[in-house]
Design a protein around this ligand. Sequence first.
Ligand SMILES: Cc1ncc(COP(=O)(O)O)c(C=O)c1O
Length: 385
Amino acid sequence: MKPFDVYPLQSITPVKAFGCYVWDENDTRYLDLYGGHAVISIGHAQPEFSQAIAQQAATMGFYSNSVQNPVQQELAKKLGELSGYEDYQLFMVNSGAEAIENALKIASFQTGRQHVVAIKKGFHGRTSFALGVTDDPKLSSPANRVHPTTFVDMEDIEGLEKALAENETAAVVIESIQGIGGIYVASKEFLQAIQTLCKKYGALFITDEIQSGYGRTGKFFAHQYAGVKPDLITVAKGMGNGFPIGGVLITPEIKPYIGMLGTTFGGTHLGCAAGLAVLKVLEKEKLMNNVITTGDFLMKELNKLDVVEVRGRGLMLGVEFGFSIKELRKILLEEFYVFTGVASNPNTLRLLPPLSLSVEQAQYFINSLKSSLEKIKTNESVSVN
Ligand SMILES: Cc1ncc(COP(=O)(O)O)c(C=O)c1O
């Protein structure tokens, strides 16, 4: 048997990682500006995180959701404290798509409605409901196209109100910052309008913070820059720093009942030990402050370059060039040993490093980027200092 060949693979085989670096099988060290697709939050193989997992695995890795689980209780409490959502409830799952699936389902249960309003060029995952609210026809099979959804443009408040007025809507779902779409930050005005219009039309407000959450922007959630309070917030990626966990934060106004939701692996002892360690390290190492410092430095330096636009917040940045970044990424990887990410816009470089990225590491990246751009321009070999 061999793996089902669905991923475009880069020509690199990482075999170990620590902090903001990964090493390949030849012991070549790479600076990770991609964070394994925004997953690595507190840094690769962070010692307290690794120890917490090892200890929990050696004690009891798993028991089902039919028993008391103090580790899950502790994780929920800590997440409430750090995120500012102490009065919310947490339902745990294993991935981002599942978090979205459950958030939409909860909204439908609560309102008794089916219709959803989503934002064009968004991405919410690969399960059926998640694909229903993602407007990329290439990702959906015919069987996925069963969820009644209206797509509106980002920032189109009039279109949003029209969509809500036309259909009894269960929820409006939005990425606070569109990730794969190319790092587009939803404005304060737009997020506030969604909140107001959801109240007016009896829909629930869902923010997808799977990529933009968990401190990546310098606040715990990106929507907190707009001063809004969504009814449902989805999390995954950075929540487990590589351990596959996700969750939905749920307003206290929504009351659960036994059997309403369920999953075998969501909220296991092992997953919660990993998630709890992430939160403790995030707090102890003041990583959100670091995100602001390093993010501001990157934003300032990137804006000095010949770019079309730099978008994003903190350590979730999109750098749009006036040309395809394919060659640039290849040079960064193969000659300067820097990992970067892509977006659906072929001209946009996506930066999603661990939240522990230092200014010195960011400076190395800037130097590498300048040299790579120079190299593309002159088409000759140069080295970075
Ligand atoms: C904003 C957003 N939502 C949902 C998902 C889906 O998460 P997962 O791949 O864990 O199912 C992703 C993944 O890239 C994402 O970026």
